[in-house]
Design a protein around this ligand. Structure first.
Ligand code: URA
Ligand code: URA
Length: 242
């Protein structure tokens, strides 16, 4: 988390505490904490915590992970080493979505930890972001054999979990990394070269398609375009940071 954000949170907490102390000193005994949410059941699909009168809680990333379990819902399970759920800040303002785990990710259980991942780290750094600030995951949680393209049945089975991850995080911006993530999330056949750099929407969240870092390893000239796209992402994040 950037220091500026840490300081802002710190200041906001301090202000809230002194306001509560002030009200307590005035004799406002009714200044009570909101009830703890942890003990409540997860809200059923289509219900919000508010609509339930606070009797259920929104789903967390841990809930989604627990529901995936040792997933064998599609044909990728037998050949994978392990499922790669996603990593990063559960309250991230920016979520980056790739295609599917590769060999290194399948070995380590983390997304984007191979060569493409190192390039992604450099892109984030240039945006003044650390991995821990953002959330990174993939459309598919399991490695397709020999890194073949994901199949539509696999996406259909796996995508509900991505949708639930995004609902739990509620990011302000999504970046779709590469042709596959962009086309499958947007249900589009438009080439990535035309999609990139243009704002789209996924599950109500603004989505910026850009080239995949693995593509940039083969075509370094594309880095300029990715930087243009990421500048748009930074601008958008700044606009909604109030
Ligand atoms: N490529 C992806 O799309 N995702 C990863 O996690 C790694 C490489
Ligand atoms: N082709 C892809 O599959 N992805 C890119 O990001 C660019 C070209």
């Amino acid at each position: 988390m950037p220091d500026r954000l840490k300081n802002e949170i710190h200041d906001a907490l301090r202000a809230a505490r002194s306001q509560l102390e002030y009200l307590r000193d005035l004799g406002e005994a009714e200044v009570v904490q909101p009830p703890p949410l942890e003990g409540l059941p997860v809200c059923p699909v289509g219900t919000t915590s508010a609509a339930s009168g606070g009797s259920c809680r929104p789903e967390t990333l841990e809930d989604v992970r627990a529901d995936l379990g040792d997933c064998s819902r599609c044909g990728l399970a037998p050949s994978r080493n392990q499922l790669v759920f996603g990593t990063g800040n559960p309250a991230a303002r920016l979520v980056l979505v790739g295609e599917a785990p590769g060999a290194e990710e399948d070995r380590r259980g983390e997304p984007f930890v191979g060569e493409a991942g190192q390039l992604l780290d450099r892109i984030l750094k240039a945006m003044n972001l650390e991995r821990a600030d953002v959330y990174i995951c993939n459309v598919l949680k399991c490695r397709p054999p020999k890194n073949r393209d994901p199949e539509s049945g696999e996406i259909e089975t796996c995508e509900p979990f991505l949708i639930r991850q995004l609902a739990a995080i509620r990011p302000q911006v999504i970046v779709a990394l590469g042709r596959f993530a962009a086309q499958s999330l947007l249900r589009s056949k438009t080439p990535i070269g035309r999609l990139r750099g243009t704002w789209q929407e996924y599950q109500g969240v603004p989505l910026m398609p850009t080239f995949h870092p693995a593509y940039l390893l083969r075509n370094p000239a594309g880095k300029r375009e990715v930087w243009e796209d990421m500048k748009q992402v930074m601008q958008r994040l700044e606009q909604v940071s109030v």
